[in-house]
Design a binder for this molecule. Sequence first.
Ligand code: AMP
Ligand code: ZN
Length: 153
Amino acid sequence: MVINMEECIQQKSKISEHTSETCIFCKIIKGEIPCAKIYEDDKIISFLDIAPTGKGHALVVPKEHYETLIDLPEEFPFLSAVKKVARAQSAALGTDGFNLVINNKRSAGQVVSHVHAHIIPRQANDGVFFELRHRKATEKEIADVAEKISKFL
Ligand code: AMP
Ligand code: ZN
């Protein structure tokens, strides 16, 4: 059987350390443990985070077990589901913004190894602390890294 590189990566991610047997989100999807569900279709489920950053903090989760965003098939309608839930969230809560966070791999803070998007509703002065720390970089450093990455694209 011939499989291409993308299929190979997807197969690997499906047999990663947390398989669908042990994955907490797969258990939620199978109905084995409860969740505060807000949306479901044949490919996606969305429910509220059990330890929210702010009121209404939602998770959008593909029903099939993939580890990271990179592993999801290209045609998977992930972003459209995220937009649908974000719209409903702001309509229901009267918030005017949101942070979209997808942690990929342990190094980036991913705890549950089943790809998911956090949608964190925001409004001015809501007290939610969310900041990326920036540092100074030389123009040369930026140009060198840009060249390095673009060679892979
Ligand atoms: P991450 O660090 O991106 O992997 O985030 C995992 C998120 O899943 C955390 O924000 C947890 O609070 C959340 N979480 C873990 N278990 C559950 C659960 N049973 N129901 C809802 N959210 C959960
Ligand atoms: Zn899973």
